[in-house]
Write a protein that binds this ligand. Structure first.
Ligand SMILES: Nc1ncnc2c1ncn2[C@@H]1O[C@H](COP(=O)(O)OP(=O)(O)O)[C@@H](O)[C@H]1O
Ligand SMILES: [Mg+2]
Length: 345
């Protein structure tokens, strides 16, 4: 991978880390609102009240004492996910797809004992996976079952859809597919695949794994060039609505398509990563500027979505040199950056 000079990157409209932090996060995200998105339990409760659909909350574990009772809490459920409320980047998320031999089966087929699960929850409470190592609580939520249309793409985990929402307008999107490497989670730096999506149609653009272009799913061999995400407008509208709830101007929304319930919001991020630009073969800056130049901003998420679908249509870029070769890894690093920088970035 070669390093492009800043001039080349700017010309292509690629948003870099510094510019993201200063000109967008710094300017449009009021820190007072961070606690809401940095805590998945808070997010769930608040956006849920505003009409944003989320995976059902099955339980919360807050103390070591409650860990001892977890068998009772889990008893009614065959499938569930346990995650740290303040986790990020897929860390500490345990996806249980069924019960087997008195234990809990993970998406890769491994079976965990009750003791393993208790240890996992204990680690969550001690802050092992959480922002800044703060003590945390464990959320137990319903397992999202992948929509039929994605079944062929959902190897060992449900795909998620990341949308960047700027001042209420969904400006760029990416589908993330779990892989064996990513252990049932669709987080890029865990080894998931990112597929850029056209905002106008929900159709695939380009695909990357570990910041490199790919054409097929690395585990299943499924082609990644014939994807159209269903319920696309509804997904965009849910994401747009999150702006009205959080008042965060620069926001990453992670959504999933559940077979039974349709689009659901998984979590929000106040410091979304920049790799989405590689998966889209396009930089964010022109789209962000387009929104900044608007004289009037509609309060209606539906109107903002309509605008986005009209204007943020993918235009194939034909560089003289490969786009991939011109983007520096540090400029596009995904979740690790958004996670480690904490609320102080
Ligand atoms: N309820 C769930 N059902 C199925 N998979 C889930 C669920 N929650 C999370 N996951 C998987 O884990 C990934 C990360 O979850 P997320 O809630 O976005 O946390 P993080 O902040 O760590 O990214 C998701 O993209 C998805 O693949
Ligand atoms: Mg996420």
């Amino acid at each position: 991978m070669t390093w492009a000079n800043p001039f080349t990157l700017t010309r292509r409209g690629v948003l870099g880390m510094n510019s993201r932090n200063v000109e967008y996060i710094g300017r449009y995200n009021d820190r007072r609102h961070y606690p809401l998105v940095d805590n998945k339990l808070e997010t769930k409760l608040v956006v849920g009240k505003a009409g944003v659909t989320v995976p059902e909350l099955l339980g919360v574990v807050r103390t070591q004492h409650e860990i001892e009772l977890i068998d009772d809490v889990l008893e009614p459920f065959q499938q569930f996910v346990i995650k740290p409320a303040q986790g990020s980047g897929g860390r500490g998320i345990l996806v249980v797809t069924g019960r087997e031999d008195g234990g809990f089966r993970k998406s890769n087929g491994d079976v965990l004992s009750l003791r393993d699960v208790k240890r996992h929850v204990s680690n969550i409470l001690s802050g092992l996976h959480s922002l800044g190592g703060r003590t945390d609580v464990a959320i137990i939520e319903d397992l999202v079952i992948c929509d039929d249309t994605f079944a062929y793409l959902s190897h060992e985990g449900v795909p998620d859809i990341r949308l960047i929402v700027f001042r209420g307008y969904p400006v760029m999107g990416m589908l993330r597919l779990a892989t064996t490497a990513s252990d049932g989670k669709a987080n890029l730096h865990q080894g998931a695949v990112g597929v850029g999506l056209d905002i106008g149609t929900g159709r695939n653009i380009a695909a990357v794994q570990f910041d490199r272009p790919i054409s097929h799913h690395p585990d299943t061999g499924a082609p990644l060039d014939e994807i159209v995400v269903p319920h696309w407008r509804q997904l965009l509208t849910l994401a747009a609505l999150c702006y009205d709830v959080t008042h965060l101007g620069y926001l990453g929304a992670d959504l999933v398509l559940d077979q039974r319930r349709g689009p659901l919001l998984l979590e929000l991020n106040a410091r979304p990563g920049l790799t989405i630009q590689i998966a889209n073969n396009e930089g964010l800056v022109p789209r962000l500027s387009r929104v900044e130049l608007l004289e009037e901003h509609s309060r209606d998420p539906g109107v903002r979505v309509e605008f986005a679908m009209q204007h943020f249509v993918h235009e194939p870029y034909r560089p003289q040199r490969s786009f991939w070769e011109s983007v520096s890894p540090s400029d596009t690093q995904e979740d690790t950056q958004e996670d480690t920088q904490g609320s102080t970035s």
